[in-house]
Design a protein around this ligand. Structure first.
Ligand code: ADP
Ligand code: MG
Length: 236
């Protein structure tokens, strides 16, 4: 409708795909569970950022997304909020394996994502485990053994743990590739493809990237199904 068009125009949102739902322009419009809404207001946020407004509306429909937006635009909650909703609507036993997987290029980013997941998800009893290299595997394996809803991982470490047979990705139904362009620049494509082989094809996949070069387009074409593309600002 006209209000969706004017919001997109005002916030430099471009969408490509069929039947793209209108963005959620306020937190009230989203219909967040009360505990999560409370955490968002406590964080001092007054409205969804443009990438959140548009990607929540799309991801809440269970659809695949590729989002191209620069750093600082609020992408983390852009994919975490639909992950929380997904976990609530399709609950599974975390003891049998995680339901949500978020791949991230570095340890630093992975721990930031975990912090955000705990800040907004712990009041809903959502558990999150972080797997990254340059640290002993023992504590990470113990966290996995305890059972976890969400795994945030760098591709190298997750692949190591997968080869040890210590994590089951057969229950993953929501997968995120965060900073996809950086992961490919760092040479993680073979590990990403090995990981994806362990995840059921019946899943929702979201890809977030700051740039849109042909390598990223190729992996998006291989991993996403009938995705909607969302661009924020004049990134190409
Ligand atoms: P990106 O991944 O796009 O670089 P982040 O998800 O790291 O961005 O978010 C950047 C900053 O904006 C973080 O400090 C985050 O807490 C904050 N933030 C996220 N969503 C909102 C919001 N709706 N309103 C205000 N600040 C927000
Ligand atoms: Mg980010």
């Amino acid at each position: 409708g006209p209000s969706a068009e004017s919001y997109r125009h005002q916030h430099e949102i471009t969408v490509t795909g069929d039947n793209v739902p209108p963005p959620f322009t306020s937190f009230e419009a989203v219909g967040l569970p009360s505990d999560i809404l409370r955490a968002v207001l406590q964080a001092g946020f007054s409205a969804p950022t443009p990438i959140q407004a548009q990607s929540w509306a799309i991801a809440f429909q269970g659809r695949d997304i590729v989002a191209i937006a620069k750093t600082g635009s609020g992408k983390t909650l852009g994919y975490l909020m639909p992950a929380f909703r997904h976990l609530k609507r399709s609950p599974k036993n975390p003891k049998l394996g995680p339901s949500v997987l978020i791949l991230s290029p570095t340890r630093e980013l992975a721990t930031q994502i975990q912090d955000e997941a705990e800040k907004f998800g712990s009041s809903s009893n959502i558990s999150c485990t972080c797997l990254y290299g340059g640290a002993p595997k023992g504590p990470q394996l113990r966290d996995l053994d305890r059972g976890t809803d969400i795994v945030v991982a760098t591709p190298g470490r997750l692949n190591d743990i997968l080869q040890m047979g210590r994590v089951n990705l057969g229950q993953i139904s929501y997968m995120v590739l965060d900073e996809a362009d950086r992961m490919l620049d760092m040479g993680f494509e073979p590990q990403i493809r090995k990981i994806v082989k362990e995840i059921p094809a019946q899943r929702q996949t979201l890809m977030y990237t700051a740039t849109w070069p042909k390598e990223v387009r190729k992996i998006a074409a291989d991993l996403l199904v009938r995705s909607i593309q969302v661009n924020i600002g004049n990134v190409d």
